[in-house]
Ligand binder design. Structure first.
Ligand SMILES: *[C@@H]1O[C@H](CO)[C@@H](O)[C@H](O)[C@H]1NC(C)=O
Ligand SMILES: *[C@@H]1O[C@H](CO)[C@@H](O)[C@H](O)[C@H]1NC(C)=O
Ligand SMILES: *[C@@H]1O[C@H](CO)[C@@H](O)[C@H](O)[C@H]1NC(C)=O
Length: 226
């Protein structure tokens, strides 16, 4: 037995178990982060194979300018640091703001594989600050009305290499569903935004991470499916 505990096989199994625990994808769950900090509220309208349809109430976001980069991860980090300064008090009112989740990144891919894509990183403004979010240089407020969103959850740290696959998987699962035409119509209305990535954990949390790909649905088209 002692021999087995030290054997490479046992250690490999232990490592595998650890990795599974750390990176186990959370699917279809209410993000646990939202039990600790404020998140925008939503209702679940439908759930299918590989996706969930949510209706968000009106939301306010504090957003960066478009950040040009080849890397989603690098652009999101740069945007996150700017927003982190903002909530720490680097704003016109010198006001500290409660952390919320998720931080979202709108992704506008480039035409070629070697060109920079464009990313806008946004912080969900807490209800308390929504009537008058402190202005700040380089940031602007985006107010969104109620919105229908198709969502796919995945775990671990978001990697540049796997992001396209996650988005394609959501796309594919929608394509065969009754929400396909609503997704198409929203895409035609805003062809620049391919998808949005929502991240619920700080870079310092290693386990139980929850991320989501969001694709917007056209409300009018969707109402035919409801
Ligand atoms: C959305 O807002 C309305 C009115 O403000 C409220 O009644 C409703 O409960 C909210 N929905 C969710 C899912 O929070
Ligand atoms: C914010 O802090 C700066 C530097 O400490 C100060 O000059 C400025 O007057 C403050 N603004 C407000 C609105 O308190
Ligand atoms: C989703 O599929 C449509 C075609 O159905 C395509 O035009 C679009 O680029 C795809 N988006 C992503 C993010 O894969």
């Amino acid at each position: 037995m002692a021999n087995f505990l030290l054997s490479p096989l046992y250690l490999a199994l232990l490592l595998l178990l650890l990795l599974l625990l750390l990176f186990a994808p959370a699917r279809g769950e209410f993000p646990p982060t939202c039990e600790r900090i404020e998140c925008p509220s939503y209702g679940v309208v439908d759930a299918g194979n590989g996706f969930e349809i949510r209706r968000y109430n009106s939301t306010s976001w504090m957003s960066t300018e478009a950040i040009e980069d080849v890397s989603f991860v690098a652009a999101t980090r740069a945007g996150f640091l700017q927003l982190f300064d903002y909530i720490q008090g680097k704003n016109a009112y010198n006001e500290t703001i409660e952390m919320t989740a998720p931080v979202i990144t709108q992704v506008s891919p480039s035409d070629g594989p070697f060109c920079a894509s464009s990313f806008i990183v946004s912080f969900y403004v807490p209800k308390k600050n929504q009537p008058d979010p402190p202005p700040a240089a380089g940031l602007h407020v985006q107010k969104c009305g109620p919105r229908l969103v198709a969502v796919r959850q995945f775990g671990g740290f978001v990697a540049d290499e796997s992001l396209g696959e996650e988005a394609a998987a959501l796309n594919a699962s929608l394509a065969g569903s009754k929400w396909a035409s609503a997704a198409d119509k929203a895409r035609r209305a805003d062809p620049a935004t391919a998808y949005i990535v929502a991240q619920y954990n700080s870079p310092f949390e290693f386990s139980g991470r929850v991320n989501e790909i969001w694709m917007l649905l056209d409300d009018e088209e969707a109402s035919v499916s409801m």
